[in-house]
Design a protein around this ligand. Structure first.
Ligand code: GAP
Length: 450
């Protein structure tokens, strides 16, 4: 039997992002938003397979951060918050990037990323841009609420999902009868008017974050920082990101936000270099203190035993869902040499995250009835696809490219022996499994962290 590791030795990993971008569009994972109008820069749509991958990743995160713990509560807050939220958080004043404009081609660039600006297309006799002096550009997207157009109607689309966690802190703590230390977690959309969206979904203007704010006593902040850093690394390993593609990077003193005591980025090795997918930050008491000050409400807590009144410290873990999906797809992509000039493209996604867990493939349309029955049974537990069109080899290839870990073939022998052939994506190994054991077979192999 050819083992998955041997196969991996005969495969090429993703080197050019274009190959993944094209697979994603072709297979309906991810494609430009508003494509019929030529797309809109920095916005992406997740098609049938992408939506499943994203949902599976979010479910794994929610399971690990919220459901498996007694000390974390979930939240689903509104995207638009009271505008004072963003004054208190410092976003109105400080959430900006330095930008420059080219007077000739009229394009706008981040002043700290000019090496990526390329040549100017509009200057005669020179390919160099004619840059203005850098200016600060606030990244928050604005909107208006209600019918009036005055200053009072101005609101922002949230730039990070965590701020409502701080403003809801007291309500959630009391409703859930939690004591410090405990955390509040939420997954949701965030919006940033990035100057240069780039690298596919890596830097988008609309994206999803999964954030946890963990509130603790000042004397315990280092302990909880270490705990959450370890937990989050474990999570990334469990969803299948390998050690060679993962590393941590501690922020230098001069990189830290003014309120932060420590920050560590979890980075992934993308084809375009090592880049952050998650940040673990010690935010101190900055957020609760500022919202306390701006709202006039006491957001501190009193220790029931010592009667000490204090503002909790916050350890934050903030992961980009889109960036993690991108990391998973980059790592999963492979083109394998099957010998004899034949290749196959596959996505080696973790079985718990793969959009389609299994495909039921009857060898002939004549076997539709029992194959459909099996499909109906299995889809109660997993996302199971049914495909009876084309030759079996081509059907396997389609599922390899979609990242489906198991193909279940119902053939003419199945009628006689009550068994089906289960083919595993990575090794291409095949085994006969009794019809009534297929669900158990999948259950054993498909679990977050399996
Ligand atoms: N609350 C802290 C916070 O928002 P951040 O480092 O700005 O920290 C956290 O963002 C994570 O959100 C990043 O590690 C990244 O995965 C994701 N993220 C941030 N900006 C993004 C963008 N423009 N496009 C896609 N993901 C982004």
């Amino acid at each position: 039997m050819v083992m998955a590791d041997d196969r991996a030795a005969h495969s090429t990993r993703l080197e050019r992002m274009e190959d993944l971008v094209s697979l994603c569009a072709r297979r309906g994972y991810i494609f430009p938003s508003s494509e019929v109008y030529g797309g809109i820069n920095g916005f992406w749509d997740y098609g049938p397979l992408g939506a499943e991958l994203k949902n599976n990743l979010k479910a794994c995160w929610w399971q690990s951060v919220v459901r498996e713990r007694d000390d974390v509560e979930g939240l689903d807050s509104s995207i638009i918050c009271h505008p004072r939220t963003w004054e208190a958080s410092g976003h109105v004043e400080h959430f900006s990037d330095p930008m420059v404009d080219c007077r000739a081609c009229k394009k706008r660039f981040r002043a700290d990323q000019l090496e990526e600006a390329g040549a100017c297309s509009a200057r005669e006799g020179s390919s160099e841009h004619d840059f203005t002096e850098p200016r600060r550009f606030n990244l928050m997207l604005q909107t208006r609420i209600g019918a009036s157009e005055d200053a009072a109607s101005l609101a922002y689309l949230r730039a990070e999902t965590c701020q409502p966690i701080f403003t809801d802190f007291k309500r959630v703590r009391e409703a859930a009868r939690q004591k410090i230390p405990f955390g509040i977690a939420q997954i949701g959309k965030a919006f940033r008017n990035e100057i240069n969206p780039r690298n596919f979904t890596f830097r988008s203007r609309e994206f999803e974050q999964a954030e946890l704010e963990f509130f603790c006593h000042p004397s315990e902040r280092e302990k909880w920082f270490a705990h959450w850093l370890e937990e989050r690394l474990r999570f990334h390993r469990e969803i299948g990101l390998t050690a060679e593609n993962l590393r941590t990077r501690a922020h230098a003193e001069d990189e830290l936000a003014h309120y932060a005591k420590q920050a560590v980025d979890v980075e992934f090795r993308f084809p375009f270099g090592w880049q952050e997918i998650e940040g673990i930050h010690d935010r101190g008491d900055w957020d609760l203190s500022r919202h306390g000050e701006y709202s006039g409400k006491d957001l501190g807590v009193t220790d029931p035993e010592t009667k000490e009144h204090f503002v909790p410290m916050v350890i934050e873990t903030s992961v980009g869902i889109d960036r993690t999906c991108l990391a998973l797809l980059c790592q999963a992509y492979a083109v394998e040499d099957l010998g004899g000039g034949e290749t196959r493209t596959l996505l080696r996604l973790h079985s718990s995250l793969a959009p389609i867990t299994a495909a039921v493939l009857p060898l002939s349309k004549k076997l539709a009835e029992p194959a459909r029955k099996l499909h109906r049974e299995l889809r109660r537990g997993w996302n199971v696809f049914y495909d009876d069109s084309g030759n079996i080899g081509r059907r396997y290839r389609r599922q390899d490219e979609a990242g489906t870990p198991f193909c279940i073939t119902y053939d003419f022998d199945s009628q006689e022996d009550g068994r089906v052939t289960v083919r595993e994506r990575d090794s291409m190994a095949q085994e006969r499994v009794a019809l009534d054991a297929v669900a158990g077979y999948l259950r054993e192999r498909v679990e977050c962290g399996a």
